[in-house]
Design a protein around this ligand. Structure first.
Ligand code: UT7
Length: 324
């Protein structure tokens, strides 16, 4: 009998503090109207000083486990997509593992920017399919507010903090039908954070860093083109017709990019889960946040066909076709 993975439960978490477009009007040269019409964003959540990616992830993970009818003791595999780890090491997966009081199973994080969750889902799916994991925790989490340049209107209005998680368990029928991952470093200068450990560390040490860099307009154009190709690839590789998709759950970066992907699929916007207005671009957290929102508010039902698609820094991009 074939073995697959299925999403047994979803969870998410947004920090309490909300920063609205109107709040931003007071500190930078922008308007609520510009932000809404260009991006669809209305507000974003900001992690409290004592919070971190692993603490946000813990909330989302506990909610996903509860929804799956599982406990931390059941978890035997943890993978976290994040580009804003608590520390360089231990990795955020291991820090989450400790928070959940689980000891010994593999736990790690991967950094593929906004594609972090889809990459993590793809990895966990393989382990569950191969029989090497029975209860995999897959998380996308970000504290982007920590490295946004709050004086740069071109980026400060876009990003927010949050976490989303799913629990993957084995199943006789798919579940995760297919995942499709891509990356191309030739676009590295269009969207990046300029400091790390082996490069730019002196700037960090001297406390003189600025923030994340993005050539928004160029990113926008490549994103629209690439996501269109990705949708074609995902449908073709899985032998699925456009009309069979029940829900599109896209990366929540910009409402206009989401609309163009929906158009490509011939899906009305009522069949697209849009949460960007409530939390802005939360990078790796955005897809599991949107998924959890639509599961909990009753829009997504068991048995429905979901298309998850993402695009982010690198560039990295990817999709997952999932029977929920
Ligand atoms: O998550 C990973 C992938 N990231 C993305 O997908 C983001 C992709 N890019 C975008 O979403 C859009 O490009 C942005 C929302 C970032 C920008 O929207 P745009 O329609 O591409 O605007 P633009 O950068 O071409 O700027 C248009 C104008 C400029 O003014 P001028 O030169 O026309 O006078 C900007 O200076 O808007 C100005 N502008 C702003 N005005 C008010 C840029 N940022 C702001 C702002 N408030 N916050």
């Amino acid at each position: 009998m074939n073995r697959y993975s299925r999403i047994a439960g979803t969870g998410s978490y947004l920090p309490e503090k909300i920063l609205t477009n109107k709040d931003l009007e007071k500190t930078i040269d922008t308007t609520d109207e510009w932000i809404r019409t260009r991006t669809g964003i209305e507000r974003r959540h900001i992690a409290a000083p004592e919070e971190s990616s692993s603490s946000l992830a813990e909330h989302a993970a506990r909610r996903a486990l509860k929804a799956a009818g599982a406990t931390p003791a059941d978890v035997d595999f943890i993978v976290v997509g994040t580009t804003t780890p608590d520390l360089v090491f231990p990795n955020t997966g291991t820090l989450l593992q400790q928070r959940l009081d689980i000891h010994g199973c593999p736990a790690f994080s991967l950094e593929t920017a906004c594609s972090g969750f889809v990459y993590a889902l793809s990895v966990a799916d393989k382990y569950v399919r191969l029989g090497e994991a029975q209860c995999a925790l897959v998380v996308g989490v970000e504290c982007l507010s920590r490295f946004v340049d709050w004086t740069d209107r071109a980026t400060a209005v876009l990003f927010g903090d949050g976490a989303g998680a799913v629990v993957l368990t084995p199943a006789d029928e798919p579940g995760v039908i297919g995942t499709h991952l891509h990356s191309d470093g030739k676009y590295q200068d269009l969207l990046y954070f300029p400091y790390g450990v082996s490069k730019g560390f002196d700037t960090l040490r001297n406390n003189s860093m600025d923030g994340l860099k993005m050539h928004g307009n160029e990113v926008f154009k490549v994103a629209v083109r690439t996501l269109s190709r990705l949708v074609d690839e995902t449908l073709a590789k899985n032998g699925v017709e456009r009309g069979e998709i029940d829900w599109l759950i896209p990366h929540q970066a910009n409402l206009r990019i989401i609309q163009s992907a929906a158009e490509k699929l011939g899906l009305p916007m009522e069949k697209v889960v849009v949460t960007v207005q409530d939390h802005g671009n939360t990078s790796a957290a955005s897809i599991p946040l949107a998924l959890d929102t639509a599961v909990r508010d009753g829009r997504i039902h068991r048995g429905q066909l979901l298309l998850l698609e993402t695009f982010g820094g690198g560039f990295t991009w990817g999709s997952a076709l999932v029977r929920y």
